[in-house]
Design a protein around this ligand. Structure first.
Ligand SMILES: Nc1ncnc2c1ncn2[C@@H]1O[C@H](COP(=O)(O)OP(=O)(O)OP(=O)(O)O)[C@@H](O)[C@H]1O
Ligand SMILES: [Mg+2]
Length: 235
């Protein structure tokens, strides 16, 4: 569904990605792990058109979308939940969810997905009229994911959904990522520092190091790889 070939991205004269290639098969969950500064977020930004790449190609659903405008890419059902949640702080939970659906006009479908969002995260329903900026970090992460679902994506890219969130909420968020994939057939590209959890729910994984793919394998194989265990899984 997503095929990235030899992607090169720089910020000014500094190169952040040196030819990254990866594949995300339709309806799968693929994990991208790597240390701080490895280029994980940069990879997602380049795929979703938020930054221009200097080389390489991004193919989505058979179409070359390299350097296409970000809003066009969202329109194709490829949705990016960036690092740091980025909900609209002054809007309520409900308003944030409606913003997620702004490119749609299927009223019944929107209502259905709103219900699905509340089914995924009942806490959002309890806080439906609360300003998003006043919610806890974990609640805002739930809202960011639910808002992405409201855009009716076929492929969802999540950048560190567990960052700075209490373990109990992390578990619930990961359970819902699995459910989104299983029940709705949404393809997921997951960037995570929590390599243990991410590799546990994905089928395939990539390890990024200083802008290059260092390792690629099934998630099960990566979990038992001594190099990965030492660097990312705490030994
Ligand atoms: N806006 C920017 N301007 C200049 N350099 C940047 C910018 N954003 C990222 N970089 C650099 O690009 C490299 C890759 O950064 P990126 O944010 O993709 O890493 P990451 O793997 O997501 O790290 P983290 O785990 O800390 O989120 C880093 O060296 C970073 O300093
Ligand atoms: Mg990052």
């Amino acid at each position: 569904m997503l095929e990235i070939n030899n992607l090169e991205v720089g910020y000014g004269s500094i190169k952040a990605l040196h030819g990254v290639s990866l594949k995300v098969p339709e309806k799968s969950i693929v994990t991208l792990i790597g240390a701080n500064g490895a280029g994980k977020s940069t990879t997602l930004r380049a795929i979703s058109g938020l930054i221009k790449s200097k080389g390489g190609t991004v193919r989505y659903d058979g179409e070359d979308i390299t350097n296409m405008a970000a809003h066009k890419i969202v329109g194709k059902g490829l949705c990016h939940v960036p690092e740091g949640r980025m909900v609209f702080a002054n809007l309520t939970v409900e308003e944030n969810l409606r913003m997620g659906a702004y490119l749609r006009n299927d009223k019944a479908g929107i209502a259905e997905d709103m219900e699905y969002s509340f089914h995924m995260f009942p806490r959002l329903k309890e806080r439906i009229a609360q300003a998003a900026g006043t919610m806890s970090g974990g609640e805002q992460q739930m809202l960011a994911i639910a808002r992405a679902i409201m855009s009716k994506p076929r492929c969802l890219m999540l950048d560190e959904p567990s960052l700075g969130i209490a373990p109990m909420l992390v578990r619930s968020i990961f359970e819902q990522i699995v459910a989104i994939n299983r029940d709705r057939g949404i393809t997921v590209l997951l960037v995570e520092q929590n390599a243990n959890l991410a590799l546990a729910i994905s089928q395939h994984g990539y390890v990024l190091e200083t802008g290059k793919v260092l390792l690629e394998d099934t998630s099960a194989a990566l979990r038992s790889n001594p190099q990965v265990r030492a660097a990312y899984l705490g030994g």
